[in-house]
Design a protein around this ligand. Structure first.
Ligand SMILES: Cc1ncc(COP(=O)(O)O)c(C=O)c1O
Length: 382
């Protein structure tokens, strides 16, 4: 089977985990801090706070900027459902923004229109507490444009950089543009700790609050008789995960370089009539958490059958990600229908993620391209 992804786990990663597990200090030791330093170094942020996963990271970031019941958070429409779910989990309402047909990222003009519409209503406008752009599949969103709009409206930006550790634009790393940025270390990401997440920020107050929030509300620098300042979560990462994170981070540059080279080979091998996620001309550094093609429109209705037939042929593929307004919960709660987000409608119905992992060979890639092209040609008569 040519898998969708295979994490780059090597002998030194295993040894790092073995060492911690054998030591008996499984939580609250030095490895979490080391992992945080490695993340902060790569991103160029003052602080990194590692947690159990990126879902927790995003929810905590929203709480840090004060999102609560009755508030509104404006987010891209095309993402893993987490990006909207965390807003609901804070008791707030997600308002979706359509995406760009080339980059699949939040459209700046659509963001501006959405904020203008919300601000025209005196109650809703005041309650827009955050904007979450998503760096879809590891390609950084138009952060300069998004920040310019956000600043005009005075709204903080939290980056959903789950897929984008190491991605950059204008020499500035994903996660370092907004007031906070959130990363995932799930095994489908370039580097992994199994489950895992991190929040990066330059803001001292947010960092202190996040460290308390992940640890039962205990202020890390409390001068009270007891440190419990508010009710918090237990969102702490274990030491053996953090040790794996440290050894994985040492390979991040190598893994991203390999993923970019594999993506370039796909670009060369795939037939020109099969379109794919575009990289804008000013070349932001895409880290290809996923390599995603768009099936021709007439083939899209057969996508589920194609995925199943490709699996039978030994090739694992997947849909891109989700049209969040149209998943069951958001569709039934807010009444969203096709047509409200036309670009997302199109991309979400046609996207197909191809296998991509560091150990993939040129022969594997040729086999994927041949099988996918044959499936498409069969239906579309190309
Ligand atoms: C864009 C995006 N945001 C958030 C998440 C949630 O990450 P986690 O699985 O670490 O909670 C994912 C997961 O893949 C994702 O793709």
């Amino acid at each position: 089977m040519i898998r969708l992804t295979v994490p780059s786990i090597e002998a030194d990663d295993l040894e790092a985990v073995r060492h911690v597990v054998a030591s008996g200090q499984l939580v609250q030791g030095p490895h979490v801090g080391r992992f945080e330093s490695a993340i902060a170094d790569v991103v160029g942020s003052k602080h990194a706070v590692v947690v159990t996963n990126c879902t927790a990271a995003l929810q905590m970031a929203l709480l840090a900027v004060g999102v609560g019941p009755g508030d509104t958070v404006v987010i891209g429409a095309y993402s893993w459902p987490t990006t909207a779910n965390v807003v609901e989990l804070c008791g707030a309402v997600p308002v979706f923004v359509d995406v760009d047909p080339e980059s699949f990222n939040m459209r700046v003009d659509a963001l501006e229109e959405t904020l203008q519409r919300l601000h025209a209503s005196p109650h809703a406008g005041r309650r827009v507490k955050a904007i979450i752009p998503i760096h879809v599949f590891g390609q950084i969103a138009d952060m300069r444009g998004i920040l310019a709009v956000a600043e005009r409206f005075g709204i903080p930006v939290i980056e959903d950089a789950a897929c984008a550790l190491g991605a950059s634009a204008e020499q500035r790393q994903a996660g370092s543009w907004g007031v906070m940025g959130c990363f995932s270390f799930h095994p489908r990401k370039a580097v992994t700790t199994g489950e895992g997440g991190a929040i990066v920020t330059n803001d001292e107050t947010h960092a202190r609050y996040l460290r308390a929030l992940r640890n039962h509300g205990q202020d890390p620098v409390a001068d009270q008789p007891d440190p419990f300042m508010f009710p918090g979560f237990n969102n702490r990462m274990t030491e053996f995960q953090a040790a794996l994170g440290v050894s994985q981070m040492a390979k991040l540059g190598r893994i991203i370089a390999a993923r970019r080279a594999l993506a370039q080979r796909y670009d060369e091998l795939l037939p020109s009539w099969l379109s794919r996620q575009g990289v804008p001309a000013d070349d932001p550094r895409h880290v290809f958490q996923s390599y995603v093609v768009l099936l021709p429109t007439e083939v899209a209705p057969r996508r589920a059958a194609m995925i199943s037939e490709l699996r039978t042929a030994g090739i694992e593929t997947q849909i891109g990600t989700w049209h969040m307004p149209l998943i069951t919960y958001y569709r039934s709660r807010y009444g969203y229908q096709r047509g409200a987000f036309p670009v997302c409608d199109d991309i979400a119905s046609r996207a197909l993620t191809l296998p991509l992992y560091e150990g993939m060979t040129a022969d594997d890639q040729r086999a994927v391209v041949e099988a996918v092209s044959a499936q498409v040609a069969h239906v579309a008569g190309r």
